[in-house]
Structure formats: C-alpha cells, structure tokens
Design a binder for this molecule. Structure first.
Ligand code: HEC
Length: 165
C-alpha cells in the first residue's frame, strides 16, 4: 500500500513537472520548473550569451530571450583561424542529455570558447543548461563554418594579436 502510494505520488509529480515544462515552452507561463529556471540563470551568469547571442554584450544583455544562444556571425580571428560561436539551440536540439554531458566533459573547442569552464561545471549545472536550451527549442541557422588561419573570413571579425615571435 505504501509503495503504491509512493508510486502514485511520483507519477503525479512527474506529470506536474512535464506540464509545467510544456506550458513554459509554449510561452504560456513566464517561469518554468526549477531546473529550467536554474539553466536560464546559469546561461546568463556564466557568459554563454555574451558570445553565443548576437549583439548581447553591445545591448547590455537586452536581447529578446527567444534569440538567446542562436549563435553569431561575428568571427573571432587569431592564430587558431576564425571561429564562430555555435548556434546552441540547434546544436542541443539534436543531442540527448547524456550526449551533451559527455560532450561538455571532454570538450576542447578552439579559442575563445572557454571549454575548460564547461568541463569544470557540475553535472547538475550542465543538466540544467541542457534542459533550459532544449525547452527553448531550436531556432535560427547554423553559425558560419570555421575558417583556417591561412584563409580570410568573409564577414566581420574581431582580431586577436598574433603571438610575439
Ligand atoms: C568568449 C566567447 C564565448 C563564450 C563566453 C562561450 N562560448 Fe561557446 N563557443 C565560442 C566559440 C567561438 C565557439 C566555436 C569554437 C570552435 O569553432 O572551435 C564555441 C563553441 C561552443 C560549443 C561547441 C559547438 C560545436 O558545434 O562543437 C559549445 C557546446 C559551446 N560553445 C557552449 C558554450 C556554453 C554552454 C557557454 C557558457 C557556459 C559558452 N559556450 C560560452 C565562444 C564562446
């Protein structure tokens, strides 16, 4: 009997969490379940938007949330070539939670992506970021492809100094 009661309570909780997530994703509710709120908070304070959301730093963070993490066409050019902040909304839409956590644990992207910060995050925080991005849904196009050092990028870029010889 006690077990049955626990199972029913568990199932109810899951249903509540799932419908809260759906209502939030459909834009019907301003605040989502705690794990998604945590993900939104982490994305803001750990700086992902600063690079992965176009114009975010210039607008002092005042970019509509629906555009968050859709990547940027502004390149970062340095001795590593030219890199573009990926569209994390389409990136994570194609991944399971486990794939994301495995990716983050072993990530080693080119500069200026702080991959070492991803590696240092707790599994709980990585999960919260994933749930938030996943609930936001895919949006926008892929960022431009990486350009090797010997090639000139097409669009605008930020230029890093070459190392002193
Ligand atoms: C200083 C700018 C900057 C910040 C801050 C930043 N990124 Fe990145 N990120 C990049 C760039 C540039 C790339 C592309 C690197 C490359 O091409 O190797 C990238 C790549 C990635 C990738 C790899 C995508 C792929 O297709 O392989 C992931 C995942 C990612 N970033 C997640 C994050 C998350 C999560 C945060 C916040 C914790 C974050 N980034 C913060 C600039 C940044």
């Amino acid at each position: 009997m006690a077990l049955l009661r626990k199972t029913i309570a568990g199932a109810l909780l899951l249903t509540v969490a799932a419908s809260a997530q759906m209502a939030w994703a459909a834009g019907k509710s301003k605040s989502g379940p705690p794990v998604i709120e945590r993900g939104r908070y982490l994305v803001r304070i750990t700086g992902c938007n600063d690079c992965h959301t176009s114009g975010y730093a210039m607008a002092a963070g005042k970019v509509a949330e629906e555009h968050w993490l859709t990547g940027d066409r502004l390149g970062w050019k340095g001795p590593w070539g030219t890199t573009y902040p990926a569209n994390l909304r389409t990136f994570m839409a194609q991944m399971t939670e486990k794939e994301w956590i495995d990716f983050a644990r072993t990530a080693q992207s080119r500069p200026p992506m702080p991959w070492y910060d991803l590696r240092a995050m707790s599994t709980e925080d990585l999960r919260a970021i994933y749930r938030y991005v996943k609930a936001s849904g895919p949006m926008g196009e892929a960022a431009p492809a990486y350009v090797p050092p010997e090639q000139e990028p097409q669009g605008p870029f930020i230029l890093f100094p070459q190392p002193q010889k």
